[in-house]
Design a protein around this ligand. Sequence first.
Ligand code: EPU
Length: 420
Amino acid sequence: MDSFLIEGGVPLRGEVIISGSKNAVLPIMAATLLTAERCVIRRVPALTDVGYMSKILRSLGAEVILEDGTLTVRAAQLSGFGDYDLIRKMRGSICILGPLLARLHEARVSLPGGCVIGTRPIDLHLKGLRGLGAEVDTEGGYIRVHAAKLTGQMVFMGGRTGPTVLGTANILMAATLAEGVTVIESAACEPEIIDLAHFLIAMGAKIVGAGSPTITVTGVPALHGADHEVITDRIEAGTFAAAAVATRGEVMIHGARHDHLVAVLDKLREAGGEIVYCASGIKVSARADFKPVDITTMPYSGFPTDMQAQMMALACLANGTSIITERIFESRFMHASELMRLGADISIEGASAIVKGGRPMSGAPVMASDLRASAALVIAGLAASGKTQVNRVYHLDRGYERMELKLQKLGARIQRVEEE
Ligand code: EPU
């Protein structure tokens, strides 16, 4: 298992280019299953999760070619029976269910397991599909869905903590080929849902309201191939912005969309970041002293859970106490104990982390537990004095394209240590 060796204390300086969005490309890849025609997806990031999703599509019979960031998928022949172990490996794979059901009228996929950040149920996905007329059974670790035809309905996608992103994606995709009009209420408003809707509209779907809590889909008999460029990754952009502030550097982040990052940039400014909007992205630097910040994660356009860990790393450097409250996932504080190895003072009280910032941070060996926790440890390692070894960076490779190379270009002393 590879690790990163970081020698901290170097301000990041220079320019970085943000890659295509992981959480946009995964459902868009699933959407290619809605047609037998060729689909072309551009600005596809080189991530292990994209590799897994390509394998899943191939295991269902699709032809998938990835060349220089352009993915071509042709699902002329398609099976609705996915490979158990392959699908189980990745949470994002759940969004093949809606397209398979819509196109083939039946599908069987393995139940995605829980993961380190929470139990991650799929009851809302299944409720939505039932709402469109599907029969759903779970048996032997599989979910089986069947519907002679899907019929448009009013579907409510709100859950305990608000809307579900991939649940909304699943129902949106299934509804494109349903008979009649589907209204998705309490839909997720994330930019990734808008990007998926743009792709589906390019395929011939009739969708109004994506990006708002009410999405209306008028079913069509068939969809055709389409060519689409994926939006840039707002979480990768936010991560580089947090790293630029934490190291008191100055970084031009090309491709960062400030309109996708309003809550994150607001908190970065409050913490000590200086942010300038430019035509090609944002320029991020830091003020002299850092201030504590209180953050509560929420569905979009609130502060994203996927930036919570990175902001906690920054809060460790501020003079004062920050309270960071996680409202989306029940156990997404695995990074706190690892940040403490670097010298941070953090206590967890229920859904809140109390970060007493300003303690000296110095390098140590730490263990990455999930994707965003790993990013937080890299930021902390870059800001700390001395050497930090971040172990198990395979988590990072799932969602950040060549992170160490991008950081090296910004002057960071970071090396990948490869292990057999
Ligand atoms: N939930 C339910 N029932 C469901 C579905 C979700 O109760 O059927 C709950 C979840 O347990 C959670 C909340 O609803 O408490 C929100 O979960 P959501 O369904 O929105 O998460 P997701 O769609 O499975 C996507 C991203 C995550 C990101 C979340 C929230 C992808 C592939 N994943 O997951 O990304 O944290 O939305 O924004 O799009 C990451 O990139 O690091 C990551 C974990």
